[in-house]
Structures are given as structure tokens and as C-alpha cells.
Ligand binder design. Structure first.
Ligand SMILES: *Cc1c(COP(=O)(O)O)cnc(C)c1O
Length: 580
């Protein structure tokens, strides 16, 4: 960790916007970044309910946290994303999960209409509203229109998705011009945002810059952040779709030709062109950056710089714990661990841990007050209750059902401590395979009287529930199939809020060595399952012993705090984008 304070000074002290902008000028990036030449971040998904935008999962939460840490660090930053006029919410009905669709209005969340921009699609001029919301040195700029649809509506190679992606790219780029903003850097959060970089290339090439110079310039200022492990899984678009949605928006014949040449047998994967247009490329954990298997157009393996995701500690940490981190100089005023943070962790006593857990449990109970479980029960936990949680999207590779493979064993573990096991996770809309898996799991649970009152499924997993569980439960379970999680951020919230982490060695967890948390490993799933059960027993007994509890939680935090700090993530991006 760098001893020098990375940024200038505590933002809490800045009331006045002029003073604030003067402070921004003083940053070491004052040449590269300014309010008019900001860091721009492009994403199809933003998960920021406070600002009216609800995403699907980790990708959107990451985008929201990135803007928040940029704000705390005084980085001039603009996030460009669609405002979806409709969003889905999952509800339990007769024991099954189903989707509800609700309209959302940007006026209700403090966005102001700036003006309109247009994109050309299928021979029509499509009018988009540009709306923005400002937060000191950062802004959220959105494009939207009444028929924009929902996040991830339709199949990933469909016309509607392409329309949304083209609207964000070309419409968003035009929106920045309207606002008088010139991107110093364009960070593309996954390949669906490729069209933003294409819009820039087209603008440069059609305004007199030599085509090759325009390519070089665009490449040097574009960062592609990959979250996916294999290129093969990506959807393709056809040239015929590009004829209708993309080419009409291009002014430069050279760019149009460049684009046409990228098709193979009339098909195109956006990753192949995103790699071409972005010289800077990052993966979201050390392991992911190493194993992501992508090839460029010449067939060479693409190198990704590892910038492990982090979370905004201000947002995700229980206020009492955050105050403790600050009071003992564990983190500094922008959320970076201090050089001496490991020694300072000695102040984390078991009495403090238990005090924080009581405060966290109160928050959890208030979050649960209007969220019945699968049996329609409202849950309320006492300070003595013991809670395991599994909270993450309900997808196969995360193995939400792993602990349920041996019901007798699970029951024995829970029964000895009268412990509860909470599952919260969204099923991807239309994923009938996972829907059936959940039905089976709940039927198994229902068939046993003890399990039926100690295993709880909560529908509509969202930020509030993520926060409530991470500060109110005792143990978090994270068991993706090793090699399939790019990073994961749910477990970061648990570590920051002093839950014991039981995890396989994957994603961002594998940034540190496996002895720093309750690791689950095995040469096959049976071995992993056995280890999971043993770790659950170990976690229960650790919470019963002050010395073990202190030891394990101090060790966990000592290893992970630099990993999970969102400010560390932003610092890593800035170091990569603007090398000294
Ligand atoms: C933190 C968070 C996520 C991230 O989940 P991972 O599976 O760890 O990537 C997803 N959804 C919500 C609502 C969250 O708060």
C-alpha cells in the first residue's frame, strides 16, 4: 500500500462547489481529468435503487459503487446508462417465484430532462430523452424513451437488445456533446457498450482526422472491462441487423468499411471488435484476468490487467462498524486501508464484534418486516439466533443447492445450534431450469418439519436485503464451482460487516490465500460438500468462543480489506489509465 495520501483531502470538509472544483484541480490527474474532460463509464446495467434504477445483479451494483467511490475521491466522473421505463420485481405466489413488471418515472428520482438526441434505426429517427442527475463531481447521464423496454428484455442477440445498445452508444455519445463533455477516458463495462467507442471513432474520422489516427486515438483512451470467462458463450449479431441499426448512424465511410470487415460469415461477436477498439483491457479479479479466454481477430490470446472489483464501504458497511474503522485508522477518509491497518485491527475485540452484530441484527429484522419467507412467515431473529446466509443470483454455477445435497446432515448441523439458513437470490427472468431447482429445494425443505421452520427462501433479492443480511447474519456461504466466478461482490459486503466467510477459492476471494477464510475445497463435489458441512460446524463453534471469533475475523479482514475497498479499485484503475 502506498504511504502517501493518494488524493488531496477529506471531502466532508468541502461545502462550497467552487472550493470543491478547486480541489479537483489540485488532484494529480488535473491534466488528464477535469469537469469538462471526465472519466466516462458506460454500462447497460446500473443497480442504484436510491436513484430509481434497479439492475439485475453484480454488474450493476459494481457500476453504482464505482460512481460513488469516484465521488468520494473527487474524480470527475460521468456514468452513462439507460433509464429503463419499466422494471421487474420477483414475488412468491403459491410457493413459486414469478415476475411482476412495474413502470418507473425518472422525474420521481431527481433526474432533469436536458434535451433530446436521435438515433437512426430501421429507416426511422428514434427520439431519446437525455436526462441527468448531478452529484458534486459526478453525474449519471441517461438516455430513455417510453418504449425503451426493460433491462435484459428479449434474447441477447435480438433486435431489441441491439436497439438498446445502439441507443446507449450513439445516443449517449451525442448526449455528452450536448452537455459539453469530452471523455478523457471511456470505460466500457462489458461489450454491450461497444457502440459508445464506435461513436467516438466515427466522430473523429468524420471530422477530418485520418482514419488510422482516429483508431489509435480511440484505442488509447478506451478501457474494456471484461466480466465473462469465455468468449464462446457470447451472443452474435448478423450483418443484416447492423444494416438496420448500426450503419445508418455512421457518418464516416472508412469506419463503415472497418466495421463491415469484422464480420465472419455474416456474423459478429461484439467482444472481437471491442478488443480491437480498446487498447486497455481489464478483468475483475486476479484469477479472472489470468484465465479469461479471449482471442483477438488474429487469434492471439488477449491479456487482461487485473483490477479486482471492490465495494463502496460507505454504502455497504454498518454505520457503527464504519465509525469503528475510521476511529481506529483502519481506513482513511476516502476508504483506503491505512498503511498501519493490520496492527489497528487488534482493537477488534469479541465484545465489539458482538455489539456490532446486535446492531446489524436490528437492521436485518427491520428489512425482513415486510418480506415473508416461502411459508408466508415474517421472520424476526433474536440476538442469540444463529444465521447462515446464501444470497446471490440463483444461477447454477453458484450452487445455491449445494448445502441441500445431504438433507440429514444439514438438519443435524442446524439442529444442534437451532440455527437458521436463509437463501435469497433472483432467478433470471424466464430461467425455468433454475426455477425448477428452487421448487425442488423448497419441496425438500417442506417435507421436514425442522427444516421447514429453519430454512427460509426470500424472494426479490435486492440491495436492501443484501445489506440487511450482510450486517445481520453470522456466516455467509459462497460456493461457486471453482473457475466460474469472475469476482463476486456479495461476499465483500459480508467480510466488511464481520460475517465469517465460507467460500470456495474462486473469483476475487482467490486474490488472497485460502488460509485467510473458511475455505471449501475438494477434488470433487462430494469432497467439497463434506468440507462445506465441516466448515459450517467450525463457524458455529467459532461464534461460541471469543478467542476464535476475534482471531478468525481479524485474520479475514487483514487479508481482504485492501481487496474489498472500492477506493482501492478506483486507485488501481487510475494507475492503469494514467501510469506515472
Ligand atoms: C452485491 C449484490 C450483488 C452481487 O452479487 P454477486 O453474486 O456476489 O456478484 C447482486 N445483487 C445484489 C442486489 C447485490 O446487492
Amino acid at each position: 500500500m502506498n504511504d502517501e495520501p493518494y488524493f488531496y483531502h477529506p471531502l466532508e470538509n468541502i461545502e462550497d462547489i467552487d472550493e470543491f472544483e478547486a480541489a479537483v484541480e489540485r488532484t494529480q490527474f488535473n491534466k488528464a481529468l477535469s469537469p469538462e474532460r471526465p472519466y466516462t463509464y458506460w454500462t447497460l446495467e446500473l443497480y442504484d435503487q436510491e436513484n430509481g434504477i434497479r439492475g439485475g445483479g453484480g454488474l450493476g451494483v459494481l457500476a453504482a459503487d464505482t460512481r460513488r467511490v469516484a465521488e468520494q475521491m473527487g474524480v470527475p466522473f460521468v456514468l452513462i446508462t439507460p433509464f429503463y421505463p419499466s422494471e421487474s420485481k420477483q414475488v412468491m405466489q403459491n410457493g413459486h417465484v414469478s415476475d411482476e413488471h412495474l413502470p418507473v418515472d425518472y422525474h420521481d428520482f431527481g433526474f432533469r430532462l436536458v434535451d433530446n438526441v436521435y438515433v437512426k434505426c430501421c429507416g426511422n429517427l428514434c427520439k431519446l430523452d437525455v436526462v441527468e442527475k448531478r452529484f458534486r463531481n459526478t453525474r449519471i447521464v441517461c438516455v430513455t424513451e417510453p418504449n425503451f423496454g426493460e433491462l435484459y428484455s428479449g434474447m441477447s442477440g435480438s433486435d431489441h437488445r441491439l436497439y438498446q445498445e445502439v441507443s446507449l452508444g450513439f445516443g449517449g455519445y451525442a448526449a455528452l456533446k450536448l452537455l459539453g463533455l469530452k471523455p478523457a477516458i471511456m470505460q466500457l463495462n462489458e461489450v454491450a457498450t461497444f457502440f459508445a467507442a464506435l461513436a467516438r471513432l466515427d466522430e473523429l474520422a468524420s471530422n477530418g482526422m485520418d482514419f488510422y489516427e482516429a483508431v489509435v486515438y480511440t484505442r488509447k483512451h478506451t478501457l474494456y472491462t471484461n466480466h465473462t470467462l469465455v468468449q464462446a458463450a457470447e451472443a452474435e449479431f448478423s450483418e443484416e441487423q447492423f444494416e438496420r441499426f448500426v450503419y445508418p448512424n455512421l457518418k464516416s465511410p472508412a469506419v463503415k468499411k472497418w466495421m463491415r470487415d469484422k464480420f465472419e460469415n455474416g456474423r459478429l461477436k461484439l467482444s472481437s471488435v471491442t478488443i480491437e477498439i480498446a487498447e486497455l483491457r481489464s478483468g475483475v479479479s486476479k484469477l479472472h484476468a489470468r484465465v479469461a479466454n479471449y482471442r483477438d481477430i488474429s487469434g492471439n490470446k488477449v491479456k487482461f490487467r487485473a483490477v479486482t472489483n471492490g465495494v463502496d464501504l460507505e454504502k455497504w458497511v454498518l454505520p457503527e462498524i464504519l465509525t469503528f474503522y475510521r476511529k481506529y485508522d483502519i481506513i482513511d477518509n476516502i476508504g483506503l486501508p491505512t498503511p498501519g491497518f493490520r496492527d489497528a485491527l487488534e482493537n477488534l475485540s469479541s465484545e465489539k464484534i458482538r455489539e456490532f452484530k446486535r446492531a446489524g441484527r436490528e437492521i436485518l429484522n427491520s428489512v425482513l418486516a415486510d418480506r415473508p419467507d416461502q411459508n408466508g412467515q415474517i421472520l424476526h431473529f433474536s440476538d442469540e439466533d444463529f444465521i447462515f446466509d446464501f444470497k446471490r443470483r440463483f444461477v447454477d454455477y453458484k450452487r445455491p443447492d449445494l448445502a441441500f445435497r445431504d438433507l440429514n446432515r444439514l438438519k443435524k448441523i442446524l439442529k444442534e445450534r437451532d440455527a437458521h439458513y436463509i437463501i435469497a437470490g433472483r432467478i433470471h427472468t424466464g430461467d425455468s431450469v433454475m426455477g425448477a431447482k428452487l421448487d425442488k429445494l423448497l419441496a425438500d425443505v417442506e417435507s421436514d418439519e425442522f427444516l421447514n421452520t429453519h430454512v427460509h427462501y426470500l424472494a426479490n433479492y435486492d440491495e436492501e436485503l443484501a445489506f440487511g443480511l450482510s450486517c445481520g447474519s453470522n456466516v455467509a456461504i459462497n460456493v461457486p464451482i471453482v473457475g466460474l466466478e469472475a469476482c463476486g461482490t456479495s461476499w465483500m459486503k459480508d467480510v466488511a460487516n464481520l460475517n465469517l466467510l465460507i467460500s470456495t477459492h474462486d473469483g476475487g476471494v482467490a486474490d488472497v490465500s485460502a488460509e485467510n477464510y473458511l475455505n471449501v475445497h475438494g477434488v470433487n463435489e462430494d469432497e467439497e460438500l463434506e468440507e462445506l458441512y465441516r466448515r459450517m460446524e467450525e463457524a458455529i463453534s467459532a461464534w461460541e468462543n471469543d478467542f476464535d471469533l476475534e482471531f478468525l475475523l481479524q485474520k479475514q479482514l487483514a487479508a481482504f480489506l485492501p481487496v474489498i475497498s472500492g477506493a482501492r479499485m478506483m486507485k488501481d484503475y487510475l494507475d492503469y489509465l494514467f501510469p506515472a
